[in-house]
Design a protein around this ligand. Structure first.
Ligand code: HEC
Length: 384
């Protein structure tokens, strides 16, 4: 297989020499050529007539894409998939998402720029460049300045280029051939072993730094801090229990204890409904009654259970007995239960239970309307 020419290289001894040669190459109309120097030589871009890099567009594109994806992701999680009001803030608080979006823009822009650079310069997935492992490369990475005119240049002609480089003052003018193409270059043992060494050393170093060198509980590992774990004893207290009973005689914030739990019925007779029977309260009571009570007691308290055959039918709430009960007595049944009827304390708040009591009172009055009630409705209708 005949070798394919990659280009011609020449070495120069001084920065001025390479600068003049680069200028001359560009002036002669060559476009596919490169200069290699041991250190950045200022003004070289101008001399080579290099156009501004297109890499900036990659950075811009991926930066904007990253930012948009970050915004979309936060919007989706916060406002669509798992909407949860936190501290009364809106579901999509733009200012709060600003910093994250900015960080993601920077991250996406940098990573994509580096990846694009590697891809362009190394011709990924190829991972070796024709100039690698050449004497030319050894020279220009120590004390020489090199110029390489590539065979892909439209003006390239072997003889002309050789004489041109010679005239420009170049030494060691050598042809460079493309290396034989490698099959699956990314699976080369050499490449893989470099990757493995890098991965192992980076993770090892990170592990050592975080866990040994700078280890500082509880800041590094929250699992190491003193805290309460479910189903485990807690050594801060003598009895080993993490969950504490309230101190005797105290009432926790937002919690109203029910003092009549074990008291005879007479005790709760004195309890008065703390809520007024406003439309709002009655609506709340109706909602809660329909949700929690109507399956057994029926939509209107008649005891026409929808669970007939599965659960004992409750008595009607319109019996003289239930109508003569005080609000407190009904509240007591809801709070602690009665015989087979369970307590509804775990499922309803104190206010909701009192609202249900109001609603039961409304049902009772509607079912047993007095003449006065009917008069009231009539005059109400007439007034309209
Ligand atoms: C799973 C069915 C069921 C549900 C749900 C239920 N109850 Fe009952 N309730 C009963 C049964 C059964 C009784 C009779 C208990 C007994 O044997 O004293 C009863 C009794 C009562 C009594 C006493 C009636 C009396 O005359 O002794 C009241 C008041 C009452 N319920 C109100 C409610 C309210 C208000 C709700 C909604 C929060 C509710 N119940 C939810 C089954 C239920």
């Amino acid at each position: 297989m005949s070798k394919i020419l990659y280009g011609y290289t020449a070495l120069f001894d001084s920065p001025d020499g390479i600068m003049a040669a680069a200028q001359k190459t560009a002036d002669d109309g060559f476009t596919k050529f490169d200069v290699h120097t041991p250190y950045p030589v200022h003004g070289m871009d101008k001399a080579m007539k290099v156009k501004p890099s297109k890499l900036g567009f990659v950075t811009l594109f991926f930066g904007l894409l990253g930012g948009a994806l970050a915004m979309l992701f936060m919007y989706w999680t916060m406002a669509v998939d798992y909407p949860m009001v936190i501290g009364g803030k809106p579901l999509f608080p733009l200012p709060a998402f600003g910093p994250v979006t900015f960080e993601v823009i920077v991250l996406a822009a940098t990573l994509s720029t580096v990846a694009a650079m590697i891809a362009l310069f190394f011709y990924l997935p190829q991972n070796n460049h024709p100039l690698h492992d050449t004497d030319y490369m050894k020279n220009v990475s120590s004390d020489k300045y090199g110029l390489c005119i590539e065979a892909g240049d439209p003006l390239f002609d072997e003889k002309k280029v050789k004489t041109f480089l010679d005239a420009a003052g170049g030494k060691n003018i050598t042809p460079i051939y493309n290396p034989d193409p490698v099959k699956y270059p990314l699976l080369q043992p050499r490449f893989l072993s470099v990757l493995l060494v890098v991965a192992l050393s980076v993770s090892g170093l990170t592990y050592f730094t975080l866990n040994k060198l700078m280890y500082m509980p509880p800041f590094d590992w929250m699992s190491e801090q003193e805290k309460l774990t479910p189903q485990r004893t807690y050594r801060l207290f003598e009895d080993g229990y993490g969950m504490r009973m309230p101190v005797q005689g105290t009432v926790a914030r937002g919690f109203m204890p029910y003092p009549y739990r074990d008291q005879p019925v007479l005790e709760e007779e004195g309890l008065a409904n703390p809520l007024l029977a406003t439309e709002e309260v009655l609506t709340l009571g109706k909602n809660k009654y329909n949700t929690f009570c109507s399956p057994c007691h029926g939509d209107h308290g008649d005891g026409d259970s929808r669970l007939r055959g599965y659960f004992p039918n409750p008595p009607s709430l319109h019996t003289p007995r239930a109508r003569e009960w005080s609000d407190g007595q009904i509240y007591h049944v809801l709070t602690v239960g009665q015989n087979v009827m369970a307590s509804y304390e775990p499922y309803t708040t104190r206010e909701e239970r009192w609202a249900i009591v109001h609603y039961i009172r409304a049902l009772q009055r509607a079912k047993n309307a007095s003449d006065a009630d009917i008069q009231l409705v009539r005059s109400d209708n007439n007034a309209r």
